[in-house]
Design a protein around this ligand. Sequence first.
Ligand SMILES: *[C@@H]1O[C@H](CO)[C@@H](O)[C@H](O)[C@H]1NC(C)=O
Ligand SMILES: *[C@@H]1O[C@H](CO)[C@@H](O)[C@H](O)[C@H]1NC(C)=O
Ligand SMILES: *[C@@H]1O[C@H](CO)[C@@H](O)[C@H](O)[C@H]1NC(C)=O
Ligand SMILES: *[C@@H]1O[C@H](CO)[C@@H](O)[C@H](O)[C@H]1NC(C)=O
Ligand SMILES: *[C@@H]1O[C@H](CO)[C@@H](O)[C@H](O)[C@H]1NC(C)=O
Length: 399
Amino acid sequence: MMMVTKSVQLVVLLVCCLTIITIQCANATQNPNLFNVEPTIVHSAVSKGAVCLDGSPPAYYFEPGFGDGAENWIVHLSGGAWCINVTDCQKRAEGSSGSSKRMGPLQFQGIHSKNNTQNPDFYNWNKVLVAYCDGGSFIGDSEYIDPSNNRTKDLQFRGQKIFYTVLEELLEKGLKNAKNAILAGSSAGGYPAILYCDYFRDSLPINSRVKCLVDSGYFVHFKNPVLERFWTWRFSGVAALQGAAKTLPKSCTSKMKAELCLYAENIQQYTKTPFFLYMSAFDNIETQYTLGDEKYKAVDEGLGPESMNASLREMRSVFLNAIPKRDNPKHRGAFIDAVHHHTSLFRRWSLEVALEIDNVLAPIAFADWYFDRKYYYLVDEKHTMPIKNTIKNTTYYHD
Ligand SMILES: *[C@@H]1O[C@H](CO)[C@@H](O)[C@H](O)[C@H]1NC(C)=O
Ligand SMILES: *[C@@H]1O[C@H](CO)[C@@H](O)[C@H](O)[C@H]1NC(C)=O
Ligand SMILES: *[C@@H]1O[C@H](CO)[C@@H](O)[C@H](O)[C@H]1NC(C)=O
Ligand SMILES: *[C@@H]1O[C@H](CO)[C@@H](O)[C@H](O)[C@H]1NC(C)=O
Ligand SMILES: *[C@@H]1O[C@H](CO)[C@@H](O)[C@H](O)[C@H]1NC(C)=O
């Protein structure tokens, strides 16, 4: 018995070692629901000026579709906050969120899972996770030349070119014949999922079903200076570095400062294609950037002073006023929970851990909305204060 088990293990080990990379095997044998995908580097993008912060080519992670999902596509823009000044961006340029030189394999899970129990509607689709390496939500087309003449300190802000160039490559890879497609974005990738939603739609066959999905990327503009100060600091930095005044739609920038056009509420009305907003009213990054990093525990445990509770109530109210109205859920679907967490398409997607509002699970609400089965616009009205996040262990992102 012992011998048999050992030789089976040995065979598994051997097969694993022969097949590409050991990490992949270790994970594959432990948990088939998490699997690693290697980055695809888009070398041809460099000649078009579509590069990461450090000038390296952009990249994406691709998992081909199969069966009756072979002509369906999710293109998912990944997030990871923003860099907001030159020093900050130079630092980012040295890591995987600013350079493809440092990108390793990523674990696919959640909406990228191939397991049809966990991900019944999308398990066999083509899945693309576009790496985020421009520091500015895929909006920029600008550069920084360091006055010291040290070229390794220069920065490229080419997120907009990255989006267009990667999309072009995906269209050639089969996306141009898609029957169903979704442009999704998480966190800092959520804003460009709205910004480019119509462009994405217009790039695909006229009779295809195309909608967008914004995951925890609808950060709002507080009028209260105490709540907005860290946001203004960040967005004014991003807008200036990335050249947002030139790249963002004139429909917005002709009316207000470019940094204000970085708030989804100020551009969403120009998007004609339907999108679904999936976000907590107490999004973890929203509360962190608004109230300060050190408040995390107090928000999670409900232990803050009354003044903090008042801020949380105000944040919720401003957020609910800033998101698309509920009068046309076919055009603008929503799932707004109250759990103090951030992003849902990875760790929060499988049906066991998905969030629920009025007995509807988020992935089901989205899938029904996407496939025109039922147009959900759900807001957790029973919880007007944050619910503690009980799932904190994640592979990436903050869930
Ligand atoms: C798919 O997910 C279900 C539910 O989590 C699990 O029971 C099953 O083992 C998974 N199947 C595979 C092939 O991993
Ligand atoms: C640049 O951004 C970093 C990170 O957000 C911040 O800590 C630093 O104070 C900023 N520097 C300046 C000069 O604003
Ligand atoms: C140029 O800048 C890089 C990165 O900051 C630094 O490591 C390097 O020493 C600099 N080279 C010179 C010649 O100053
Ligand atoms: C703040 O709100 C939480 C959650 O509703 C509550 O448990 C707590 O008592 C409130 N704190 C104060 C000081 O009122
Ligand atoms: C969850 O996080 C804790 C503390 O960081 C760690 O000890 C534990 O191994 C993690 N569990 C999983 C399943 O990742």
